[in-house]
Design a protein around this ligand. Structure first.
Ligand code: GLA
Length: 748
């Protein structure tokens, strides 16, 4: 609900949260509250909220005739630098080489119910009954600019979605150097800045640091949101825990260069901002043109980091990803990459498919190596036609054979890339991202296609559409294996467009291809991927309901990657595969039981040589698949809860999924390294997601009340102590234990 409390105060509220904006005396907007719901405010309460507290000393004042008002005292909703506030602003403009010190003043407010989902550009969405947008129109009279600040509130979430539209109403061109998307003001610095960072094979590990005066900032300049940093960040109140206390999250609906930063000023006030990275960004606005920023999603929870993660999951599954994926079971995939790499024949793939089908798998995903002359990673990207050596009778006949076995068919593409030896490069040498310099950097033996050029997007679409039609494809794995260097586009040069528009236009090209594919083939399940998790963001999730989170498929490593990712993204988005032992990325040996116990949380897949399995292993796999199928909804869409903290250095990990009706849970306990002489009787803290007045059965045996689970805890598996040979349940490194907890209907 959006209320205008008086002519200067706007209150967006629902039963979960409140967000309050105020028009300051200079006409700019300040953000005076975001947190627990404050409904039905009285006039006295309103006065209390807007009344001055204290003036800061020693700063420049905004008005010549009022010695008191200074912007630095106010939590600006869309901060500008240079007019009595010296912190970094959200917007930076210039014209004719001169900087603009903008002075946007409030003119009017409008509200609109409903927000459409449109495949042209990733945004959040909601029906008329579910969402309402407040748009505050500001004008900078002197420079003839219009700035609209959009804020959307949803009925079932604490999310506030922010974006801005700038229109040039003057007669001269305008340059945008910085236009960020999301702003959050906090009145103290009592928070940890938490981000999810790493590298290839170790994406999204939780990292935390206390806020202190100055700026802490993360971001990407790689042309993609990147393996190194993720646009999801969190501000954890220093007294918050997994399940208690105030936590804020920010994320960006965008897949390219981004920045996320927190600046603490000399009075310990904190300004958090997120948006397109201003470095390497510039946009020219001709008279009458507009620019709209990508959306930022701000989220609040007073129930700790688990609470925030659950808010994000609900929000992303209901207001970002197409809702049909909530109810469509994700197929159990067999992917041939780690089973064969480039070395396969149709015959070999069919034998793998036969076993996979027999074990219960549902979709065969043909990974890299099926096209051109692609026998290694140096060749043929851009030539999306079948390799007849590997598929002598073509792809349609291969697809039919799978279909006749009762399997769905998926294929790997890397649409944005081109190999030096490709036919495509011979035909279109100017389609490559390439500076006129003589030297050009190569990554994985390949170049990047110029997706800022609509002809490139159309050309790749045509090739992909032909394959989709030929094979009746239902699933695509969309990969992206190198980042952009020496960014330069021959197309932009011809159009006389500034080269620093390239990165943003490239991302728009990626979205255009996604949009074209999903418009023509709306039921395609596109799995995102970028050398593993190099582009795990809300822009990609808008189109791809699931993402390959990392090229590291080792069970131990995945413990950290899963927890870091699920802090801000849904379990249903995290493709999780069982791979071989020793693992190919870290050469660690683990049991099949351990690997399956990790991988069954999220959309499940198998990526190992099924021909090498023993009968016992086959038995284990088919039993696990049968269990997964019986509990698939819980394991992909249940309430995911981190039961023990899971940072990369924690040894014992425990998480669980709980059914929304509180009748069932599946809990995973993992021990990375065995420790000597553990406690004989120990409990795991149990979160409050079951019914205290009901009884639950654990793994079909012991019965326990919800009350005891909550107040005493869940019995830890019996670890090997050195003297309990007859009774231990877990011994050694890389061990796991699964609890299946089900409400007993026959008890009260
Ligand atoms: C990337 C992906 C892998 C696999 C290979 C194929 O690394 O992340 O899963 O598809 O490419 O080349």
């Amino acid at each position: 609900m959006i209320e205008q409390l008086n002519d200067r105060l706007f209150h967006m509220s629902n039963p979960h949260t409140s967000f309050i904006l105020h028009v300051m005396q200079n006409g700019q907007i300040e953000q005076i509250y975001y947190g627990k719901p404050l409904r039905g405010l009285t006039d006295e309460e309103i006065d209390y909220l807007v009344a001055e507290q204290n003036k800061s000393a020693g700063t420049v004042k905004f008005f010549e005739d009022d010695s008191n008002f200074t912007l630095t005292d106010h939590p600006q909703a869309y901060p500008v630098y240079g007019t009595s506030d010296f912190k970094e602003g959200a917007i930076e403009l210039s014209s004719n080489q001169a900087p603009y010190y903008t002075d946007f003043r409030f003119v009017e407010a409008t509200t609109k119910k409903g927000k459409a989902r449109n495949l042209d550009c990733p945004t959040t969405y909601g029906d008329k009954e579910e969402s309402e947008t407040l748009s505050l129109r500001l004008i900078d009279q002197e420079r003839q600019l219009e700035l609209i600040l959009h804020y959307t509130l949803f009925c079932d979430s604490t999310a506030i979605v922010q974006s801005q539209t700038l229109t040039n109403q003057s007669k001269t061109d305008l340059q945008i150097h910085r236009m960020l998307s999301g702003v959050l003001n906090l009145s103290t610095k009592a928070y940890d800045f938490t981000h999810f960072s790493g590298a290839w094979l170790k994406e999204r590990h939780e990292k935390k640091r206390p806020l202190e005066q100055g700026i802490v900032s993360i971001g990407s300049l790689k042309g993609a949101s990147s393996h190194q940093h993720n646009p999801f960040i969190r501000l954890d109140h220093q007294q918050s825990t997994l399940d208690h206390g105030e936590v804020y999250g920010l994320n960006l609906v965008y897949s390219g260069n981004f920045i996320a930063q927190a600046e603490v000023d000399e009075w310990d006030k904190t300004r958090v901002m997120i948006g397109i990275h201003p470095s390497q960004f510039r946009w020219t606005l001709a008279p009458e043109d507009s620019f709209t920023t990508p959306e930022a999603v701000l989220m609040y929870s007073d129930a700790g980091t688990n609470g925030l993660a659950q808010h994000f999951t609900h929000f992303i599954e209901n207001h970002l990803i197409d809702r049909k994926w909530r109810d469509t079971p994700r197929p159990i995939v067999f992917n041939n990459w780690e089973a064969t790499y480039f070395d396969f024949t149709e015959e070999k793939l069919l034998s793998l498919a036969t076993i996979g089908k027999h074990l219960g798998m549902e979709c065969f995903v043909l990974d890299d190596g099926w096209f051109g002359k692609r026998n290694n990673d140096r060749s043929s990207l851009g030539d999306w036609t079948v390799d007849k050596q590997k598929f002598p009778t073509g792809l349609a006949s291969f697809a039919n054979k799978l279909k006749n076995m009762g399997l769905q068919f998926g294929m790997w593409f890397e649409p944005e890339m081109i190999s030096p030896d490709s036919q495509l490069l011979k035909q279109h040498p100017d389609w490559v991202v390439k500076h006129p310099y003589s030297r050009i950097s190569v990554g994985r033996g390949q170049y990047v296609l110029d997706f800022s050029n609509p002809d490139v997007v159309a050309g790749i679409y045509e090739q992909m559409a032909a394959i989709i039609e030929e094979t009746n494809l239902t699933y695509i794995k969309w990969d992206m294996n190198r980042n952009i260097t020496e960014a330069y586009s021959a197309y932009l040069e011809k159009q006389a467009i500034h080269q620093q528009e390239f990165f943003h236009r490239y991302v728009q090209g990626v979205y255009a291809l996604y949009g074209k594919l999903l418009t023509a083939y709306p039921d395609l399940l596109i799995e995102g991927c970028a050398g593993g998790g190099g582009r795990y963001d809300l822009g990609i999730l808008f189109y791809s309901p699931q993402i390959w989170p990392s090229d590291n498929s080792d069970g131990v490593e995945r413990l950290s990657i899963l927890s870091g990712t699920l802090a801000g993204y849904p379990l249903s988005s995290f493709s999780n595969h069982v791979s071989a032992s020793p693992n190919h990325q870290v050469l660690r040996e683990t049991s099949l039981a351990f690997r399956q116990d990790v991988a069954m949380f999220g959309p499940l897949g198998y990526e190992l040589d099924l021909l090498a399995l023993t009968d016992e292993e086959k038995q284990q796999i088919s039993e696990r698949i049968a269990f997964y199928k019986a509990h698939r909804h819980l394991l992909t869409h249940g309430k995911f809860v981190q039961i023990l903290p899971n940072r990369p250095y924690d040894n014992e990990i425990c998480w669980g999924v709980f059914s929304h009706d509180r009748s069932e849970a599946i809990i995973g306990f993992y021990q990375k390294m065995a420790r000597a002489n553990p406690a004989a009787k120990a409990y795991l803290p149990f979160p409050d997601y079951l019914k205290k007045d009901r009884y639950y059965q654990i793994n079909g045996q012991e019965t326990v009340s919800g009350n005891l689970l909550k107040n005493v805890g869940l019995k830890k598996p019996r670890l090997f102590t050195g003297v309990n040979h007859a009774t231990y349940q877990l011994a050694g490194d890389c061990q796991s234990f699964i609890y299946h907890i089900v409400e007993r209907k026959d008890t009260k």
